[in-house]
Write a protein that binds this ligand. Structure first.
Ligand code: NAP
Length: 245
């Protein structure tokens, strides 16, 4: 059987990298997308290849549709049609709403929402043409519950819920599914940069008593990307150690 070809946006670091490497373990062809971390993206490519997959690193800023189109060309040239798109690229610029500039608002919405819009538009036909196309979006627990200092981020992540459910409806007749995962606090640089007392509070508020790991998110995404999830669409899967119980 032909290996699946998977594009993971923002897979030079953190959760995206964990997803790319997990796809490598499944023998997939992986497009490791990055914006600025070339070296880290090349390391991810090596890890994917060492575990039996194939990979290329492609620089593209998801906020720029022309760069995303070039990424599709690179993906097609290396592997042919794309089967799985994971919209993972993300940033945060945390500041209390009263102090938030319009630029801080825009930059976060641009990466998460315009980024998802551009990538899904550009790879839409691939996902439709794939035998079991999969669109997987990375949202967040913050999209459900909000979070101090994250009005921009929470708004973007809540937007991803509506985006996922609508795409699930529009893609369903094509046999393509669209789902999203909503991780709680996962140990990546986005969270490691928080003050220790904030991390301590997160651990105390989490029934499982710890931060999540990249592997724990990647495992769920690998399931959603596989043929085993064929009757699941439009879902939001929480991966948060019981934090919103
Ligand atoms: P991270 O370690 O900071 O990694 C972010 C990734 O996104 C990097 O590979 C970065 O690439 C890429 N990226 C950022 N802006 C980009 C752009 N404009 N175009 C292309 N790539 C871009 O963050 P993370 O914690 O793994 O977060 C990954 C996703 O999970 C985000 O959507 C985040 O909102 C979500 N999430 C994270 C947590 C958490 O607790 N960590 C929880 C819930 C949801 P470069 O390094 O090359 O710039």
């Amino acid at each position: 059987m032909r290996p699946k070809t998977c594009v993971v946006t923002g897979s030079s670091n953190g959760i995206g990298r964990g997803i790319a490497e997990r796809f490598g373990e499944e023998g997939c062809n992986v497009v490791v997308n990055y914006r600025s971390s070339k070296e880290a993206a090349e390391e991810a490519v090596e890890t994917v290849e060492a575990s039996g997959g194939s990979a290329i690193a492609v620089q593209a800023d998801v906020t720029d549709i022309e760069q995303v189109e070039q990424m599709r060309e690179a993906a097609h040239e290396a592997f042919g049609q794309v089967d799985v798109l994971v919209n993972n690229a993300g940033i945060n610029q945390d500041v209390l709403f009263k102090e938030m500039s319009h630029e801080e608002w825009d930059v976060v919405l641009d990466v998460h929402l315009d980024g998802a819009f551009h990538c899904t538009q550009v790879f839409y036909d691939d996902l439709v043409d794939a035998e079991q196309g999969r669109l997987i979006n990375i949202s967040s627990i913050v999209g459900k519950g909000g979070n101090f200092g994250q009005a921009n981020y929470a708004t973007a992540k809540a937007g991803i819920f509506g985006f996922t459910r609508t795409l699930a409806l529009e893609l369903a007749r094509e046999g393509t599914t669209a789902n999203c995962v909503a991780p709680g606090f996962i140990s990546t640089r986005m969270v490691e940069e928080l003050p220790e007392k904030v991390k301590e509070r997160i651990r105390n508020d989490t029934p499982l008593g710890r931060l999540g790991t990249v592997k724990e998110v990647a495992e769920v995404v690998a399931f959603l990307a596989s043929d085993r999830s064929s009757f699941i669409t439009g879902e939001i899967i929480d991966i948060n150690g019981g934090k919103d119980l």
